[in-house]
Design a protein around this ligand. Structure first.
Ligand code: 5AD
Ligand code: SF4
Length: 440
């Protein structure tokens, strides 16, 4: 008699790297007989794949764990695991604070997960937060057929930049680039299973420097060009980048390689040189603006996005105005902004903080400006023709939803099955978060 499958519920917080990791954890647990469920109430194993980047994200994990308590009381066999960056940063401290947690697996240790779950089933409380020496992805099982025509592929992990606000160098460790041939092999597999768009992931993805079989070290430009040669792979994206690692070759690839999509997330964090220095960013606002000019010269239609932090310690009203001025000068297609959140162990956490009210007001001013730019960018699409990769049916009958070259959600009416197809669409209407048009 075969056993009924066990059920696994994964909740993912934070960045796209965590989305990728959650998929890989589900795959690691499949050979153990676990199938995914959306409903934590029917799960035998709940994994929280956590984010440590800001206090709010990290504290959310504890309130969510509190909410799992009645489930665990009703079903004592339920195992609860904490994975991801909070696990990496806090380790067994999590179990001390939340005794209902059965296992803690740091973001670099997912290949240990099946063994750890078995140990938890025996009543143990395993904690694993080591950084492995090898490429951790080779230690995980092969990826099954994805259900979407788009996929993430981690090419680089960790960060050596040590921005004064950021926990990533501590939670994800030192920069590590996966070798070129493994990435190409993973990409070919994904494409053979129907994937047409790959987003290359890394905390500092444009700092990619992987060993190739020709004995050389390749940057992201060269890697993108090699990926572009894969038949059936039509779109390449990458995220997240640092301005200082935007090499000439990568910029040139944007000019020469049409499969490299015209959307670039290039966080600058602040428009003030004084704050950039305090943030340990190692570049000026002027450097960033000139860089954007060069990128736009290579690919004039490129859409830009960024991250901003409001209320970084020591930020004055003038510094804040410099940030607004930089946003005004660039003109973003979209951008994310956050109120500064002091993180344990990072240099800026111990400095004089900007009061919460001021930081909130500055955040709103940044967000207002970005929202206006975003609206304008959306509206500027009306009347234009754009490539769209269709991913799924829309909410209305006959409707299909996909992503434009510029990563905007686009709706069309189409009688046939559009899933996985790339088509030209003429945009007829824009809303703040989506566009609508007709197939050309
Ligand atoms: N406080 C606020 N925002 C932060 N970010 C990273 N660390 C912090 C922090 N301590 C933001 C940065 C980064 C994005 C992923 O999160 O803008 O680019
Ligand atoms: Fe964090 Fe990015 Fe700075 Fe690295 S480059 S420390 S990941 S903000």
């Amino acid at each position: 008699m075969t056993q009924a499958p066990k059920k696994l519920h994964i909740k993912t917080y934070g960045c796209q790297m965590n989305v990728y990791d959650s998929e890989r954890m589900a795959e690691a647990m499949a050979p153990e007989g676990y199938v995914l469920t959306e409903d934590p109430a029917e799960a035998d194993l709940v994994l929280l794949n956590t984010c440590h980047i800001r206090e709010k994200a990290a504290e959310k994990v504890y309130s969510d764990l509190g909410r799992l308590r009645p489930l665990k009381e009703a079903k004592p066999d339920l195992k609860i695991g904490v994975a991801g960056c909070v696990a990496q940063a806090e380790g067994e401290e999590i179990m001390r604070r939340m005794p209902l947690v059965d296992l803690v697996v740091g973001s670099q240790s997912y290949h240990h997960l099946p063994g750890m779950v078995r140990a938890a089933d025996r009543g143990e409380h395993p904690v694993e937060t080591e950084f492995p020496v090898e490429d951790r992805f080779t230690l995980l099982p092969e990826r099954p057929a994805p259900s979407r025509p788009t996929a993430f592929l981690t090419v680089q992990e960790g960060c050596d930049k040590f921005c004064a606000f950021c926990v990533v160098p501590y939670t994800r460790g030192a920069e590590m680039s996966r070798p070129v041939d493994r990435i190409l092999a993973e990409a070919r597999k994904l494409v053979s299973k129907g994937v047409r768009e790959i987003t290359l992931l890394g905390q500092n993805v444009n700092g990619y420097h992987g060993q190739a079989q020709d004995g050389e070290t390749w940057g992201l430009g060269r890697l993108s060009r090699a990926l572009a040669e894969i038949d059936g792979l039509d779109r390449i994206r990458y995220t997240t980048s640092h301005p200082n690692d935007m090499s000439d070759d990568l910029i040139a690839a944007h000019a020469e390689e049409p499969k490299l999509m015209p959307y670039l997330h290039l966080p600058v964090q602040s428009g003030s040189d004084r704050i950039l220095k305090l943030m340990n960013r190692h570049h000026t606002a002027e450097f960033y603006l000139r860089l954007i000019e060069r990128i736009r010269a290579a690919r004039p239609d490129i859409m830009l996005s960024s991250d901003f932090i409001a209320g970084f310690p020591g930020e004055t009203e003038q510094d804040h105005r410099d940030t607004l001025a930089l946003i005004g000068a660039v003109g973003y297609g979209m951008a994310y902004s956050f109120k500064y959140s002091p993180r344990p162990g990072t240099p800026a956490a111990g400095r004089d903080q900007v009061d919460a009210e001021t930081a909130d007001r500055r955040l709103h001013e940044i967000q207002d400006l970005i929202t206006r730019q975003q609206r304008a960018a959306q509206e500027s699409m009306v009347g234009r023709e754009v490539g769209v990769l269709f991913e799924k049916p829309g909410r209305l009958p006959g409707q299909w939803v996909g992503k434009s070259d510029y990563l905007q959600a686009v709706h069309v009416e189409a009688p046939e099955d559009m899933r996985g197809r790339i088509a030209r669409v003429r945009i007829a209407a824009s809303a703040p978060n989506s566009l609508a048009g007709a197939l050309v």
